[in-house]
Design a protein around this ligand. Structure first.
Ligand code: TXA
Ligand code: MG
Length: 355
């Protein structure tokens, strides 16, 4: 298939490009577009066969439902059969933005979208290109992240081109995305509400708005798997680079011990004749000077926003280095750190957990 790639102004998207892409969506085609979190692969959310193609193109397991994106509060009635008061309260404060809410499914939403579940995941993205595309398409847009299933999510137009060129009709390249990790997914239909996936909005922010605690199950921390009925998508391997990735973390948050263990592991692998990379932070690079490893920096230890933003790109860069394995340091599991640790745990093939 011919794929048309358009560079698009992320702040004031060109009308003619948006109109063209919206025409493709209305005709049942697929358009990859930037959001403030990661790039999405969009189809008309009310067109079951268009949505079926999303699964095909991504190689996505059929039991992994996709998020429906809206541009306007009026569209809530098209996708949900009911909007609980707490959902409204969160949406009013945090939409448009990186928050996804589980709502009871409206029967207009094809089962393909929700993978047979009676709930639908809904979000209103904040990115001008995403909002304009939904508006011009006239319907809500179903969109998972625009990567091949299991691979790191795309945070730049060229990531999407690499994964989806010749498989979709249109790729809108709006440059680098702002947050670099996906939206926060909350189930407010349970008591207490549950975090299904940590993301760009810290769970602490959402707890403050609701004035009550949100349960953070182990699978939301990237440990273990979600029960099938609750969130099918959470059980599949995600975000993984092709390179073997080893994560070192510490239960007590002893970061000196973490650096020591990273060094030890790197020297052990290098001693076996393997080529090794270490994924670390600006402040720690000098610490690893004597170690036989290539160093990649995620950003400053003090800046979780920067780390989140560089995370998926760094995992993709890792695969171009031709190393046999990479070792990555943990971050503190607080604020954005919860989302970062979730992604790192799911991306890694081995974990070393220190006390
Ligand atoms: O930031 C984002 O959310 C990005 C951009 C493109 O909007 N989208 C995204 O989609 O991350 P995706 O498909 O990569 O992740 C969607 C997650 C999956 O883990 C899926 O299991 C979950 O949302 N999900 C969707 N519908 C659900 C439902 N009805 N119940 C439980 N989980 C659901
Ligand atoms: Mg994804």
């Amino acid at each position: 298939m011919d794929t048309r790639v358009f560079k698009v102004d992320p702040v004031r998207p060109e009308r003619d490009i948006v109109e063209y892409a919206a025409g493709v969506i209305r005709a049942g085609g697929l358009v990859a577009f930037p959001t403030e979190t990661v790039y999405g692969l969009g189809a008309d959310a009310l067109n079951a066969s268009a949505v079926a193609r999303i699964y095909e193109v991504k190689g996505r397991p059929l039991d992994n439902p996709v998020i429906v994106h809206i541009s306007d509060f009026n569209q809530l009635d098209i996708v949900a059969s009911r909007v609980p008061e707490e959902a409204y309260r969160l949406a009013e404060k945090l939409w448009p933005g990186p928050l996804t809410l589980l709502l009871p499914r409206n029967i207009k939403v094809p089962r393909k979208v929700t993978a047979g579940l009676e709930t639908v995941a809904v979000r209103m993205p904040a990115h001008p290109v995403a909002l304009e595309l939904i508006r011009a398409s006239k319907n809500p847009i179903a969109a998972p992240s625009a990567n091949i299933s299991g691979k790191p999510s795309p945070t730049r137009g060229d990531h999407v081109v690499r994964d989806l060129y010749s498989k979709v009709e249109v790729i809108l390249d709006g440059g680098e995305t702002l947050y670099g990790v996906e939206s926060t997914i909350i189930n407010i239909l349970t008591d207490p509400p549950k975090l299904l996936r940590p993301g760009a909005y810290p769970v602490e922010v959402i707890e403050e708005i609701l004035g009550r605690r949100i349960e953070v199950p182990d699978f939301a921390r990237g440990l273990g798997e979600a029960p099938q009925a609750l969130a099918p998508g959470m059980k599949h391997r995600h975000y993984a680079p092709n390179t073997e990735l080893i994560l070192v973390e510490s239960i007590r948050g002893d970061f000196d011990a973490v650096r020591g263990a990273v060094t030890g592991e790197a020297e052990k692998l290098a001693g076996k004749g393997l080529k090794v990379a270490i994924i670390s932070f600006k402040e720690h690079s000098s610490f690893y000077k004597g170690v036989k490893a290539q160093i990649l920096e995620l950003g400053s230890r003090e800046n979780m926003f920067e780390i989140a933003r560089n995370l998926f790109h760094t995992l993709r860069v890792l695969d171009t280095l031709n190393v046999d394995a990479a070792i990555v340091e943990c971050v503190e599991e607080r604020g954005l750190g919860l989302a970062i640790m979730n992604r790192l745990r799911k991306a890694s093939s081995k974990r070393i957990v220190l006390p």
